[in-house]
Design a protein around this ligand. Structure first.
Ligand SMILES: CSC[C@H]1O[C@@H](n2cnc3c(O)ncnc32)[C@H](O)[C@@H]1O
Ligand SMILES: [Zn+2]
Length: 438
């Protein structure tokens, strides 16, 4: 057999149906797709490859999927800390966005985020932000995969004046990226408290017509629920249900406030939940009952939220936090074991985005989105169970090689498509500008 690329590693965690661990295996790649995953001994005997990569002491996993981001907000990392959500948004983040966010801000912030995520083994992210056409372009230039949000919000910005304006721009973006190999689009109405019923209904209709996901913040805090009971006479979840917003196209972000009947309804409707544990912890938003959701059969993916509320875009850290927090909340050390955390950061994210035929696991026929981490460092030795080292001990600095669609975008921890010095210099400049206006 011929292959363009053959990667040998000490361990492969393909995230298949049985959570296999494959020791001394190889992955053969051609035309951007995985051809075979097989023992290295067999691969050496049967595959003639144009390029062979040997990765002893490395574990290979599917590219991580960050299922909820506001990438460009990396330029606001550390701008306002130690505040609850509404104070943080109303008194700091939204005024800063009104003053500064434009296409250049989004380009420079997204590039900084893409650099951080690629170095952390993230190969796909699901974004919600202003000027998504700019995020899409920057991401595609870096060779990274993204689902870019067709943002909808009732408030004006430098991007659009009203909800219909956001939708019109979003539809143009959808047209522009039809059939793109790396970029998909989804509707991204910000939340039930910032988008009124009419645009939500329009989003629902259009999403059905176009067959695309809907990405929305829901039940992030108790205050959100209290406010909705006051303004609408019902919980946001019930309001969204009434508007037809519960089904397998919908990614409900956060979900820290959930009654048992709502968990049952999520499971019955196939609605996905995206858990953002570090952002929820930092803003003291509440706790998403992940173990209960998984037990009920709800698909739970994992996201960082923005670097302004996390304060990083590190999905290795997010997996660890998700696993530890679930144990603490449920009172069971068996809750969200390492294998479940890895599923949340890979195949569950792919499923939520409707991309599970394409990415999320290392199986023949899927896109070659592959991440290799070197476990030879002191803090990940010795290796009894590679998944344990990956989820509970590894850091981003151990991500050495990343391929997306079979193209190497990180080689020996260095991005191949991004100018690091320029990206950092632009970030520093924005930092000075924002600090001077504070
Ligand atoms: C209109 S683009 C997205 C919008 O979301 C804001 N945002 C960032 N983090 C959060 C969060 O945790 N909850 C709600 N909204 C958030 C961001 O500042 C943008 O304005
Ligand atoms: Zn968010």
């Amino acid at each position: 057999m011929q292959a363009e690329l053959l990667i040998h590693a000490s361990w492969i965690l393909p995230v298949d149906a049985t959570d296999s661990q494959l020791d001394d295996h190889a992955i053969a790649v051609s035309e951007g797709r995985i051809q075979a995953v097989l023992p290295s001994s067999e691969a050496r005997a049967s595959i003639e490859a144009q390029r062979v990569v040997e990765l002893p002491e490395h574990v290979i996993v599917p590219g991580l999927i960050n299922a909820h981001t506001h990438a460009a907000m990396s330029l606001m990392r550390g701008l306002a800390d130690d505040l609850p959500l509404m104070t943080w948004l109303h008194e700091h983040i939204w005024p800063t966005e009104q003053r500064w966010v434009d296409p250049t801000f989004v380009a420079d912030g997204t590039r900084l985020a893409v650099l951080e995520m690629l170095r952390g083994g993230v190969t796909c992210y699901n974004d919600m932000y202003f000027h998504p056409e700019v995020s899409a372009q920057v991401t595609a230039e870096a060779g990274m995969r993204a689902v870019v949000g067709m943002l909808v919000i009732d408030f004006p910005s430098s991007y659009a004046v009203d909800a219909d304006g956001y939708i019109t721009k979003g539809l143009a973006l959808h047209e522009q990226y039809r059939d793109h190999p790396l970029i998909r689009v989804a509707f991204a109405p910000h939340s039930p408290y910032t988008v009124s019923d009419a645009p939500l209904t329009r989003v629902r209709t259009l999403a059905d017509q176009l067959g695309i996901p809907i990405h929305i913040h829901v039940h992030e805090t108790r205050d959100e629920v209290v406010q909705s009971l006051r303004d609408h006479g019902q919980r946001p979840f019930a309001r969204l249900d009434g508007l037809g917003f519960l089904d397998p196209a919908v990614l409900a972000i956060h979900m820290t406030q959930l009654e048992d009947d709502e968990i049952e309804r999520l499971a019955a409707t196939g609605t996905h939940v995206v858990h953002c544990p570090e952002s929820n912890l930092k803003l003291a938003s509440g706790f998403c009952p992940v173990a209960k959701l998984l037990d009920a059969g709800v698909n739970v993916a994992l996201g960082t939220d923005s670097a302004a509320s996390n304060n990083d875009l590190n999905m290795l850290g997010e997996m660890r936090t998700a696993a530890l927090l679930a144990k603490s909340i449920s009172g069971s050390a068996a809750a969200v074991p390492a294998s479940a955390a890895l599923r949340m950061a890979t195949i569950n994210g792919a499923r939520a985005l409707g991309l599970d035929e394409e990415i999320g696991s290392l199986e023949p026929g899927k896109a070659a989105d592959i991440v290799a981490l070197d476990l030879g460092d002191a803090h990940t030795q010795p290796v009894y169970h590679p998944i344990s080292q990956l989820v509970y001990a590894a850091s981003s600095s151990q991500v050495r090689q990343v391929w997306i669609n079979g193209r190497q975008v990180l080689r020996d921890a260095t991005p191949t498509q991004i100018d690091i010095a320029d990206t950092l210099s632009r970030a520093r400049d924005w930092g000075k500008r924002l600090a001077a206006s504070d």
